[in-house]
Design a protein around this ligand. Structure first.
Ligand code: NOJ
Length: 571
């Protein structure tokens, strides 16, 4: 198939409206994307070298996970300096160059802002430790005396989202055991106190720093957690108490939880929006908001707050027509009143890759229900993943693609314990397997590890293997192996992304459901585009006279839709 040449130098899509309402956004997990200096860790040189691959793929924007200086206790979500780049990735000048290079290729850049917490090595936290109890430096965090005779008990019973207590006791400057500080994640990630003006001013300045460098969007980490009830009350029924919970698990509804989705958080994002709106171009705020209540979720997307937020309900939904239809309808209904675009997400760096999820008997997902080790039919998973991406790309709104899904990578479940780095694994003594399995470095070329992941400018300069071992069986999944091959996952993604760009009915807008039976999803976008997904065990006949633009399994022109396949049609 010849792809329409719709790449535009300004990255704009072939339709009106701000880019973030319709974009296909590719998530780059920098340590696992491409390694340009041979040390086994991805970096900006590697990413820069592969930008053409991403432009050719047909995505509109890149979201880059944290790249800041960090001791990497949580893979960079423990930020030590918000205005620089970790040396393992490169320099600030490299980042500035990369933003320029991406823009020249028509790719927008979204950086990850981590406002709930910082690294325990951040200068503010070091100053807080040194300044002692009662100091202004400590008020930027949540320091409290302990309970019990000698303060030996944590201030309350809150649990960390990564397992274990959410409090750690410090040694005071005089050498005695002293106060405790709050960390909803690892102890290396102290929570900021957003009641302090300093913290608010500092983050506005951090936003300015990156907006001044031309970034197009800011992904806001753990966006619902920033504001805490200063009374720090015990939870009746702690929704985060289970050690098995992962990042930002759902919490109590209605703003009643002492650290999740408190009403006061919206004032912060209003301030951020006001700042972003002073910049030229369409700059976007994109929230990571895990909430069970769609109405509470939508509040973050009111016209004076964020522009968009990740749709985790779609990601978690089982591969069943009725469930998918319900999630799609609820998503559209929740976004409509606030006028925000829906987003569609199948995978990210925190969840089990969807090829694996869809290959299981139970295809649903939740952060504490990862089903690691459950029997998995990867062939079935890939077949469904092919159908799922055509579904996502056809739905109204923006789409997020996680690196490696375009290659059909599966979750790597059998990593050796010694290689695992996720604090969830270590803090649970290995009882929670964690998120390393979806973070394995990408396979680019060749017959064995490192599969072209480490490609230093000087050949032979490879000094370390990839930071997580790649499965030996990935030779058939490399970019090189799939490039230009009809029927490969990569070819499907490229074809679909380019068609989506050229098809004015796709991206932002509405959909109209067509009745095609209980186990088939069928909807029209405009008058000339239909998406059909067959989730039944039997083939389904396509409408008479319909022209197949693209189908998730070959051949494209068949007049039936096989089970677990999707097609894009001109009806
Ligand atoms: C959500 C991020 O996606 C996750 O990777 C991280 O561990 C937590 N927030 C804490 O920053």
């Amino acid at each position: 198939m010849t792809l329409p040449d719709v790449t535009r130098p300004d990255g704009a899509r072939a339709r009106s409206g701000p880019w973030w309402r319709s974009a296909a956004i590719y998530q780059v997990y920098p340590r696992s994307f491409a390694d340009g200096d041979g040390d086994g860790m991805g970096d900006l040189a590697g990413l820069g070298h592969r930008l053409h691959y991403l432009a050719d793929l047909g995505v509109d924007a890149l979201w880059i996970n944290p790249w800041y200086p960090s001791p990497m206790a949580d893979a960079g979500y423990d930020v030590a300096d918000h205005r620089d780049i970790d040396p393992v990735y490169g320099t600030l000048a490299d980042a500035e160059q990369l933003i320029g290079q991406a823009h020249r290729l028509g790719l927008r850049i979204i950086v990850d802002i981590v406002p709930n917490h910082c690294s325990h090595t951040h200068p503010w936290f070091a100053a807080a430790l040194a300044a002692g109890p009662g100091s202004a430096a400590r008020r930027r965090f949540w320091f409290r005396p302990g309970r019990g005779v000698d303060g030996e008990l944590a201030p309350n019973g809150w649990r960390s989202i990564f397992g274990g207590p959410a409090w750690t006791r410090v040694t005071e400057p005089d050498g005695r055991p002293g106060e405790w500080y709050l960390h909803l994640f690892a102890p290396e990630q102290p929570d900021f106190n957003w009641d302090e003006g300093d913290v608010r001013a500092e983050f506005l300045d951090v936003l300015r720093f990156w907006l001044d460098r031309g970034v197009d969007g800011l992904r806001i980490d753990s966006a619902g957690l920033l504001v805490k009830d200063p009374a720090l009350p015990e939870l009746d029924d702690d929704p985060l108490a289970a050690d098995a919970r992962a990042a930002d698990a759902p919490a109590a509804q209605g703003g009643g939880n002492p650290y999740t989705d408190r009403d006061g958080v919206h004032e912060i994002y209003r301030g951020w929006r006001a700042l972003v709106d002073t910049y030229p171009g369409d700059r976007a705020l994109i929230g990571e908001v895990w909430l069970p209540d769609p109405e509470r979720f939508a509040r973050y997307l009111r016209p004076d707050e964020m522009h968009a937020a990740f749709n985790f309900d779609f990601l978690a939904c089982p591969w069943r027509a009725q469930d998918l239809r319900k999630v799609i309808d609820e998503t559209l209904a929740a976004h409509a009143p606030v006028g925000a675009p829906s987003t569609w997400v199948l995978s990210n760096h925190d969840v089990v890759r969807h090829v694996t999820r869809y290959g299981r008997r139970d295809t649903g997902f939740s952060l504490d229900h990862r089903q690691i080790g459950a029997p998995t039919d990867l062939e079935l998973g890939r077949r469904r993943a092919r159908a799922a991406v055509l579904l996502s790309l056809a739905l109204p709104g923006a789409v997020y693609l996680y690196q490696g899904e375009e290659l059909g990578l599966e979750e790597v479940e059998n990593l050796p314990d010694a290689a695992r780095q996720d604090p969830m694994f270590h803090r649970s003594n290995g009882t929670v397997i964690g998120r390393d399995g979806c973070r394995v470095p990408l396979p680019w070329s060749g017959e064995g590890p490192p599969f072209g992941f480490s490609a230093p400018a000087t050949p032979g300069r490879i000094t370390a293997p990839p930071w997580l071992p790649q499965p030996a069986g990935w030779a058939g999944l490399t970019v090189e192996a799939q490039d230009g091959r009809p029927g490969s996952m990569l070819t499907l993604y490229r074809t679909a992304l380019h068609l989506r760009r050229a098809e004015p009915a796709l991206g932002d807008g509405d959909l109209r459901w067509i009745d095609a039976g209980d186990r088939v999803l069928a909807f029209d976008r405009g008058d000339t585009f239909r998406c059909m997904v067959n989730l039944s065990p039997k083939p389904v006949t396509l409408p008479a006279g319909a022209r197949v633009l693209l189908a998730s399994t070959l051949p494209d022109a068949a007049d039936v839709l096989l089970p677990d396949t999707a097609a894009w049609l001109h009806p």
